[in-house]
Design a protein. Sequence first.
Length: 174
Amino acid sequence: MQKVKLPLTTDPVKDAQRRLDYDGYYAVNQLERLSESVVKVIDNAQVTLSFFIDPQKLVVMKGHATVDVELECQRCEQPFVQTLSCDFCYSPVKNLDRADELPEIYEPIEFNQFGEIDLLGVIEDEFILSLPIAPMHSSEHCEVSVVEQVFGELPDELAKTPNPFSVLASLKQK
């Protein structure tokens, strides 16, 4: 099956009524917000989506997305490749005030003024949320050795000063 370019927006109600499934991609140049958050987006984002109506008569968009990005290691400042992968399950609402009525398994997503949802925006949001807080190589692949990763060594003159909390130890003994 050949992967197709996904639409930017879609009407989730019509897609759910037809039980549509999408298996496609978003091109690297479409992922502008993600590109601002990483060193480089390496490959197209691969996305699978399923639209359906659940037993509670709620419209549901369930999906999975992956993309390879280049990040900068926070220890050695060298680039490395990371695969971002995310699973999501949304139910569209007319306004976010109705979000509390949804079951916990669904994230709310708001319709735009045309009754559609911004698919590309949702996928980019999911990728941005899946970025690591402090991107780093694994220890064995990092150029900074384990010895250099030790922090907080005190200079000799500070190490010899008396501990200001030693007075508290004498109170504890009483």
